[in-house]
Ligand binder design. Structure first.
Ligand code: DP6
Length: 321
């Protein structure tokens, strides 16, 4: 009873920040993202009756403590859904640095969910349901299961908060050119960050406008309207970081080099390049552009102070086993 699954990471255009229910990871607002082709986790799950507990190997290293506990809790959700009693051996690898603003929890929990169900031969579980289970492990993981451009619906009930594809990867040739300004593990991860969202006076305003921004962004994607897309994506990222910076305790993910990149991106756009920025819970800057301008952006980024590395990802497919 074993299976291997691959899941790409994703970058959100309209961000998930804060939950209406922390235990079920029911988000405060709906979000919208694209999968990142080639920025992936590969996970093998082996359900094994002879095991006395779950085991986790992450990037070749045996894990105990918090990482094992979070995976084991997720396996509990899969076990509960399928009435399984076996423990599992999980072997997982990322092909990108963890904890640096390229979401590893998204691809990890998406791959773990798909591998877990596939290894158990559970073909009756739909993609929609798998996205709800992935969500229990990590909110953004729900968006790494469907293909291409993906919307994750906020809702009050577990079964209604699922993710679905709004367009396939070939719909629009967007590229995420990631300016790596630090590859250190982030100090406060999203898991600890979400509960702090409501301590900011700005969170309620951010959430109140989220559906409107999502509709604007979705329509811009469907219409290939880069200017509208760029404006709403930067605004949404700035809103989330404004909430983070005004939470108690305050969370500052931006570094001086992040700001250098953000202002360069705005300058390049004013000069006619199709590019905009967005940042997750980390200092690296995701520069979203059309394939037309990707090489120019990459070249320009590598000349900026504080940019240590530049990576590329086109729009990716959904998780597969
Ligand atoms: C800033 O999905 O990583 O990247 O549910 O606690 O695992 P957990 O959080 P996570 O949060 C992602 C936050 C974000 C924005 C986004 O991807 O929408």
């Amino acid at each position: 009873m074993h299976a291997t699954a691959y899941a790409n990471s994703n970058i959100a255009f309209i961000k998930y920040w804060g939950n209406r229910d922390e235990t079920l990871r029911l988000p405060s607002n709906s979000s919208l993202s694209m999968n990142l082709n080639g920025v992936f986790t590969r996970t093998t799950v082996h359900w094994d009756d002879t095991l006395k507990q779950d085991h986790l190997i992450l990037n070749g290293q045996d894990q105990t403590g918090e990482p094992l506990m979070r995976v084991s809790q997720h396996l509990d959700a899969i076990r509960k859904r399928l009435n399984l009693t076996s423990y599992a051996q999980v072997d997982s690898e990322n092909n990108f640095p963890m904890g640096a603003g390229i979401a590893s929890s998204a691809s990890s929990f998406a791959a773990l969910t798909v591998a877990g169900f596939t290894a158990a031969g559970a073909s009756e579980v739909s993609e929609r349901e798998m996205t709800t289970i992935a969500r229990l492990g990590s909110g953004s993981a729900s968006r790494s299961i469907p293909t291409g451009f993906v919307e994750w619906h906020a809702a009050d009930r577990h079964e209604d908060s699922y993710a679905e594809s709004i367009a396939t990867p070939d719909h629009w040739d967007l590229v995420d050119v990631i300016a790596i300004v630090s590859s250190a593990h982030k100090e406060v991860g999203s898991k600890q960050g979400h509960p702090s969202a409501n301590t900011s006076d700005l969170q309620s305003a951010r959430v109140a406008g989220a559906d409107d921004r999502l509709q604007i962004c979705k329509t811009a994607i469907l219409d290939h309207d880069f200017d509208t897309f760029a404006e709403v994506v930067e605004r949404d990222s700035n809103l989330m970081h404004a909430v983070m910076m005004t939470s108690r305790p305050a969370l500052f993910y931006w570094q001086p080099a992040s700001l250098t990149v953000m202002s360069a991106v705005r300058r390049w756009r004013a000069d006619g390049l199709q590019v905009c920025y967005t940042l997750d819970a980390g200092p690296n800057v995701h520069c979203l552009c059309t394939a037309r301008d990707a090489e120019t952006i990459q070249r320009e980024l590598s000349t900026l102070d504080g940019v240590k590395d530049v990576r590329f990802a086109a729009v990716g497919a959904g998780a597969r086993s």
